[in-house]
Design a protein around this ligand. Structure first.
Ligand code: NAD
Length: 325
């Protein structure tokens, strides 16, 4: 089996996803889109050429032979021969990803979609589309990055040792050399800072983002974030959403992680003992590795459901990702 895969959004995560796919036998990148254009080749796109076209000329639309500039790139990149898409798009405004899902539903395309959206309210919008996705023949995997995603899935596994889950604490450390490489990620993180929201962060100019990061020495410290790990765990009955907390530190000036990303789940066993399971990511693993790896693992799992006629919405907390060779 070799799945034909698309990547929508070709910024930091989209480009990393393309590079990752170039190392895989079971998946092949055939289409990718950014805001100004897209590139398609049924026989496979070369990740390095696509990245070079994007970085040197500003859009995949400039890729020789396979690129096309377009102001309607997502719609044009929806192709019947594509098994699944990773939606590496910014969720700005907070309703954007749901509007993309609706675009897929309206197009009549059938297959697997995977997102790595973060906010509780964004995943709630996707859950609300569940029956429309099901009727359309789309298997939609939501919240399948790192957090939510890998760490939420780890919490779902850790919970199995306990009769009652008291708390799930997710703490992430992200280090990137330059905020420019992950512009949407950084803007969406700023939206969680006190005094900011999604609309304010989206409206900030690059100079305003830089001025803010100058004041904080390049660091963004976040606590009690609105992160969908909470409803994803609640939805599968592991614990109430108020028992789940997410926070972390992002260093926008240093690729070294400021702290080790971890998930701690505390609960009570059936024998009455209280204990904590901890899952810590290796410091050498980048945000891109921990988001794109799971995203394609969930795409492969989603394809297995799709082939069995199982459509609709699932999250990272209820499905085991498959390993992509
Ligand atoms: P980025 O800003 O680097 O790139 C965004 C890309 O999307 C660009 O190529 C841009 O051209 C394209 N784009 C924007 N609007 C578009 C449109 N209307 N049509 C087509 N293309 C469009 O973004 P990034 O930093 O890679 O982040 C992408 C998303 O991943 C963000 O929403 C971020 O929150 C999410 N993310 C999730 C996790 C997780 O663990 N779940 C971790 C990191 C990032």
């Amino acid at each position: 089996m070799r799945l034909k895969v698309g990547i929508l959004g070709f910024g930091g995560l989209g480009q990393a996803a393309a590079k990752l796919l170039s190392t895989k036998q079971e998946m092949q990148l055939v289409v990718a889109a950014d805001k100004e254009g897209f590139a398609y080749n049924a026989d496979g796109l070369n990740a390095l050429e696509a990245i070079a076209a994007y970085q040197e000329h500003g859009s995949l639309g400039h890729l020789k032979n396979f690129g096309k500039l377009s102001q309607n790139s997502i719609a044009e990149a929806i192709a019947p021969d594509v098994d699944g898409y990773f939606l590496a798009l910014p969720n700005l405004p907070n309703t954007f990803m749901a509007s993309v899902a609706k675009q897929f539903i309206a197009s009549g395309w059938q297959g697997v979609l995977v997102d790595a959206i973060k906010r509780t309210s964004a995943v709630e919008q996707m859950i609300a589309l569940s029956s429309e996705l099901e009727t359309a023949g789309i298997t939609y995997m939501s919240g399948c990055g790192a957090t939510p995603g890998l760490l939420t899935a780890a919490a779902a596994i850790a919970a199995q040792s306990f009769a009652e889950v008291h708390k799930v604490e997710i703490t992430f450390g992200v280090g990137i050399a330059n905020w420019n490489a992950y512009r949407a990620t950084i803007r969406e993180d700023i939206a969680h800072m006190s005094g900011y929201n999604v609309d304010l962060a989206q409206a900030m100019s690059d100079a305003e983002v830089e001025a803010l990061l100058e004041k904080t020495n390049g660091l963004i410290c976040l606590e009690n974030m609105e992160h969908a790990d909470d409803i994803m765990l609640e939805r599968v009955g592991i614990c109430d959403r108020d028992r789940v907390t997410v926070g972390g530190v992002v260093d926008t000036r240093n690729p070294k992680k400021p702290l080790s990303t971890n998930m701690k789940l505390t609960g009570r066993t059936f024998e009455g003992k209280t204990s904590t399971h901890t899952f810590t990511l290796g410091d050498e693993t980048s945000m891109a590795a921990n988001v794109c790896g799971p995203a394609f693992g969930y795409l492969k799992a989603g394809k297995q459901f799709h082939q069995r006629g199982i459509y609709g919405l699932m999250t990272a907390a209820e499905v085991m990702p498959a390993f992509v060779r």
